[in-house]
Design a protein around this ligand. Structure first.
Ligand SMILES: Nc1ncnc2c1ncn2[C@@H]1O[C@H](COP(=O)(O)OP(=O)(O)OP(=O)(O)O)[C@@H](O)[C@H]1O
Ligand SMILES: [Mg+2]
Length: 427
């Protein structure tokens, strides 16, 4: 792509952040009128063949994955500079959230963790090991959805290792012992790294720390860590056991797969939440801790019944009023029909020959609707259906509450610039 083509197609809105290898920009793709994130390889790496290969592969590997919890890749360019164009995630990364809020409440942490488990299981089922699981690669959208990113050093059974012998790639503080030792890796390495993320999510600190990167790696390989409950007494014992199992030095002593871990985590929430309710809980928590701004009131829209007594009373009141209106209309029509056409049969409509107008299904924007038009076929054969207040279409997965305001805030033209300070062992 030439610079002119790039300018014609993308309007750069600002810098979002910057990591070890790349700078991430927010932009608007004009032809599709959508927000995108453009991850540009830093100039200093343009001559490094290995980094370029890794960057190109990040786009190829991630582009082959289609999962709701994995960031979507749209494009890759080599010119004017190396860049990956991807879905813009309207939210913030877990590293920043933990920095701002400290340890997460148990339920919120588990709800986030389960989404990461789903994304990783999807990748693992395709023979991919992520190898760089860490909080800054886990983004949380304003609506509570989790997006896993940066498959840059992901490794498949079918690809040659990018790493030169003796070269470590990954982020030291989150590496598994086998990764540090340069041994063969499988999905259980991601389980260990995710164990470190879980530890950090619920305690607010990392299990292995040292001034020096080398010291962190040595501790991961040899040392024990402080039990999570000794850092945070609010952590339930069962959750502590789960975290400890992820962090076993020997891969065969960890969980065997992401679904195994997810099942254990999910037990704490079993039967107590649904997916939409979980997303809402995550989003509300992040608003309550000022990670995100509160949704403007007028953009909040309730589309189905409310569980409170007030909601139920309101529903009954609306049902009753609707029933009275339908009954009055029926009586008025009957009265008019009998007065004007006393000899006509009762249930024949005056415009019977015209096709019956369709009943419009209730939509999200018309939450409280009694059918406004009764089809002639029903009117002649059966009594009019009872008004269905709060009858928004429902499926097992449909939300009970939809917040429009959680949709991407596409109007913002500037974004805060986030530069990360590299700390020992954090990259
Ligand atoms: N698609 C995206 N949408 C919105 N923000 C993003 C997107 N991709 C990255 N970011 C933001 O940009 C920051 C920098 O990302 P980047 O992947 O370059 O660095 P990193 O993850 O911090 O470090 P590393 O280079 O080790 O991956 C991320 O932490 C995230 O906050
Ligand atoms: Mg990253």
């Amino acid at each position: 792509m030439t610079i002119q083509q790039l300018k014609d197609e993308y309007e750069i809105l600002g810098e979002i952040g910057s990591g070890g290898m790349a700078t991430v920009l927010k932009a608007r793709q004009k032809s599709l009128d959508r927000l995108v994130a453009i991850k540009q390889l830093k100039k200093s790496y343009h001559a490094d063949a290995q980094i370029i290969k890794r960057f190109e592969r990040e786009s190829q590997v991630a582009a082959s994955l289609q999962h709701e919890n994995i960031v979507h890749i749209y494009d890759f360019w080599k010119r004017p500079n190396f860049a990956i164009v991807m879905e813009y995630v309207d939210g913030t990364d877990l590293a920043e959230i933990l920095e701002k809020t400290g340890p997460l409440p148990v339920d919120v942490g588990i709800m986030i963790a389960i989404q990461v488990c789903n994304a990783l299981d999807y990748a693992h089922m395709r023979g991919l090991v992520h190898r760089d699981i860490k909080p800054s690669n886990i983004m949380i959208k304003r609506n509570g959805e989790v997006k896993l990113m940066d498959f840059g050093i992901a490794h498949t059974r079918h690809m040659d290792a990018l790493t030169m012998p003796g070269t470590l790639i990954g982020t030291p503080a989150y590496m598994s012992p086998e990764q540090i030792l340069g041994q063969p890796l499988d999905i259980r390495s991601d389980l260990f790294s995710f164990g470190i993320v879980l530890y950090e999510m619920f305690t607010g600190v990392k299990p292995f720390t040292d001034e020096e990167t080398r010291g962190v790696s040595a501790k991961i390989v040899k040392d024990e860590f402080l039990s999570p409950r000794r850092v945070n007494r609010d952590i339930p014992r069962a959750l502590q056991r789960i975290i400890k199992k992820c962090l076993r030095k020997k891969p065969h002593r960890r969980f065997a797969s992401m679904p195994d871990l997810e099942r254990k985590l999910g037990k704490r929430l079993a039967g107590r939440t649904t997916k939409p309710a979980s997303l809402l809980r995550i989003a509300d928590y992040l608003v309550s801790r000022n990670v995100f701004e509160a949704a403007p009131e007028q953009e909040t829209m309730i589309i189905t019944g409310n569980r409170s007594g007030l909601g139920r009373r309101m529903k009954w009141a609306i049902t009753a009023v609707s029933a009275i209106l339908v009954a009055s209309a029926g009586a008025a029509y009957y009265y008019r029909t009998m007065i004007n056409h006393p000899a006509e049969p009762l249930l024949v409509l005056p415009e019977q020959s015209k096709p019956a107008p369709a009943v419009s299904a209730p939509t999200a924007t018309t939450p409280v609707t009694a059918p406004s038009v009764t089809p002639a076929s029903q009117a002649t054969a059966t009594p009019p259906p009872a008004p269905q207040a709060f009858a928004a279409p429902q499926t097992a997965s449909s939300p009970t509450v939809v917040r429009k305001s959680r949709l991407p805030a596409a109007k913002k033209s500037t974004v805060p610039v986030k530069k990360k300070k590299p700390t020992a062992g954090s990259r």
